[in-house]
Design a protein around this ligand. Structure first.
Ligand SMILES: Cc1cc2nc3c(=O)[nH]c(=O)nc-3n(C[C@H](O)[C@H](O)[C@H](O)COP(=O)(O)O)c2cc1C
Length: 177
């Protein structure tokens, strides 16, 4: 059976900080309904070429999970003042599966200055797929983590707020259909 709430960790780094936030969000969502956690490192996919890459067997698996969810929380590394290429590749390969989703972000960065880096992803999901973006996104820099755990309680609180508001948005009947 498919999950209403999906958390996708997109970092390919074994010591990822965004993954720690994704795991926390999934733990909280599990108490609120049917939630599933996906890690992109378990679903290797070729770089999108707009052609044969769509035939990779992992593409329909991920597409169906996204399509069947009401709400998706994406945990993303911030690279080069943007979101990582692996996260972008996921969106490129799964495209229309994102139609009309409620989407929230958990961003891990090295420093504080890349705060607005997620906006190009938010814009593309809104414009291409009419997603509703939860503005309560979480942005955490390296100082928020210690010993493979979330160290900053403010970040934990923000993850709780993201989960609460995303569940509320997912419960509203917003589809135009
Ligand atoms: C190629 C690369 C580019 C990066 N670019 C930025 C950046 O523009 N801004 C920033 O704050 N941190 C940057 N970082 C640091 C990462 O955002 C940081 O390591 C973060 O923890 C990555 O998420 P992850 O731990 O979930 O993989 C970069 C790291 C790498 C490897």
């Amino acid at each position: 059976m498919s999950a209403d709430y999906l958390v996708i960790s997109t970092s390919l780094n074994p010591g990822s900080n965004s993954r720690l936030m994704a795991v926390k969000a999934h733990e909280l969502l599990n108490k609120r309904g049917k939630a599933e956690y996906l890690d992109l490192k378990d679903y290797p996919m070729p770089a999108c070429d707009g052609d044969s890459a769509y035939a990779d067997p992992n593409v329909p698996v991920l597409s169906n999970k996204i399509k069947n969810a009401k709400m998706v929380l994406l945990a993303v590394p911030i690279y080069n003042y943007s979101f990582s290429a692996a996260a972008k590749n996921l969106i490129e390969l799964t495209g229309q599966a994102w139609n009309d989703k409620i989407v929230g972000f958990l961003c891990a960065a090295g420093g504080k200055s890349s705060y607005m880096s997620i906006m190009s992803l938010a814009n593309s999901l809104m414009l291409d797929f009419r997603c509703i973006i939860n503005p309560r996104f979480v942005y955490a820099d390296g100082s928020s983590f210690k010993n493979d755990a979330i160290y900053d309680h403010e970040i934990t609180k923000r993850i709780e707020d993201l989960v609460d508001t995303s569940v509320k948005l997912a419960g509203l009947s917003l589809s135009h259909k």
